[in-house]
Write a protein that binds this ligand. Structure first.
Ligand SMILES: Cc1ncc(COP(=O)(O)O)c(C=O)c1O
Length: 366
């Protein structure tokens, strides 16, 4: 028996582990763990969402394959007509769906690392190649190299992230307009846009431009700002010409009943979610200032719910390991090109910042 050839050598994706696994590994109860490694929202779902989840009416019935009620709510929230919208089991599912729809074996996608790891992973999973045009040292895009790569490799899809993970920088309007001139489908991943400006990202997001463009897809998620990462619910806005193919290519019941209800109830209470997002943005400022005071860290400015830091004069992996083992604090460590000796810290609650800064302070003398 033989599996598909390209999967034989595919390295597995390294996922972030959940509380109960971390808890068992380091022998601490979940409430003694400070989890700042996956850009989750530490406040979790709103009380109204928890209540709706406890009272689900039809968990025994398959969900609506077209997520009609949720898409109607999303139409009001985003200002994009529902016919352009599709929900998915996280933005992750929609990234994979786009690739399955577009890529023949050996086709390529383009991405600009350092960035979210799923683009290159899913490309390889789909027997395609990921052409990478690295960002500059300040994480801005190298437009000349991008134009050249598009011309040479003719990527079918170009995945670009704003705010970018892991640095939190946003693309300006002019840059996005320049990308939209390229002869490829631009997939703009706005997973963290709600943290980038007032009004849950409304003034910065490009989602409203989708209906007027033939080559723009915008992906969003409820994982970060709405605290629903564990329920897996995201959505995208797509050009109309693509919708029939997407509908017939997705799994029929991809969005489960609980996720759908949680997202809809979240959208009924955006005023409360704005308060949480503002709380996290205030905490981001406090955390940034505190990290600047740590002599071996250089934090980068960010417009997201995480802060990337360069670790100077000490081993970043050892720092990450010590924080986990000695203090129960989990952060993300990178050893990729462009990110040697870097860590990424998600913005948590005030007590999470306090615990982290205290531990980082102790470690000055370690
Ligand atoms: C840039 C980016 N896009 C998409 C996702 C995945 O979002 P979801 O949880 O909706 O699958 C993440 C998650 O970390 C991300 O960082």
């Amino acid at each position: 028996m033989k599996i598909r050839k390209h999967l034989e050598s595919l390295p597995p994706y390294t996922p972030i582990e959940p509380f109960e696994i971390l808890s068992a590994r380091i022998g601490r109860s979940p409430d003694q763990i400070v989890k700042l490694d996956a850009n989750e929202n530490p406040y979790g779902p709103l009380p109204a969402v928890r209540e709706a989840l406890a009272n689900l009416e039809f968990p025994h019935i398959y969900p609506d394959p077209e997520s009609r009620a949720l898409r109607k709510s999303l139409e009001t929230f985003t200002g994009v007509p529902a016919e352009h919208l599709m929900a998915g089991s996280g933005a992750d599912e929609l990234i994979d769906l786009l690739m399955r729809v577009f890529l023949e074996p050996n086709d390529c996608i383009l991405s600009c690392p350092p960035t979210f790891g799923m683009y290159s992973f899913d490309a390889e999973l789909n027997a395609a190649r990921c052409i990478e045009v690295p960002r500059r040292a300040d994480f801005s895009l190298d437009m000349e190299a991008i134009r050249e790569a598009v011309e040479t490799h003719k990527p079918k899809l170009f995945f670009i992230t704003s705010p970018n993970n892991p640095d939190g920088s946003v693309l300006d309007k002019q840059t996005i307009d320049a990308l939209l001139e390229l002869p490829t489908l631009i997939v703009l991943d706005e997973a963290y846009i709600e943290f980038a400006c007032e009004n849950l990202g409304a003034s910065l997001s490009c989602i409203r431009e989708v209906p007027a463009r033939e080559n723009l897809v915008v992906l969003r998620t409820f994982s970060k700002w709405a605290g629903l990462a564990g329920l897996r619910i995201g959505y995208g806005a797509f050009p109309l010409w693509l919708m029939p193919t997407l509908w017939k290519s997705k799994q029929p019941y991809n969005v489960n009943v609980a996720a759908s209800v949680a997202a809809q109830v979240s959208l009924e209470h955006t005023d409360e979610l704005v308060k949480i997002v503002e709380l996290l943005k205030d905490e981001r400022a406090r955390l940034f200032a505190a990290l600047e005071e740590i002599p071996y860290l250089k934090p980068y400015p960010t417009q997201s719910n995480f802060i990337l830091c360069q670790v100077i004069g000490r081993d970043a992996l050892e720092l990450k390991t010590k924080l986990a083992q000695e203090y129960g604090i989990f952060i993300r460590y990178f050893s990729k090109p462009g990110l040697r000796d870097h860590i990424r810290i998600s913005v948590g609650r005030p007590q999470d910042t306090d615990a982290l800064i205290k531990a980082l302070g102790f470690l000055i003398y370690d």
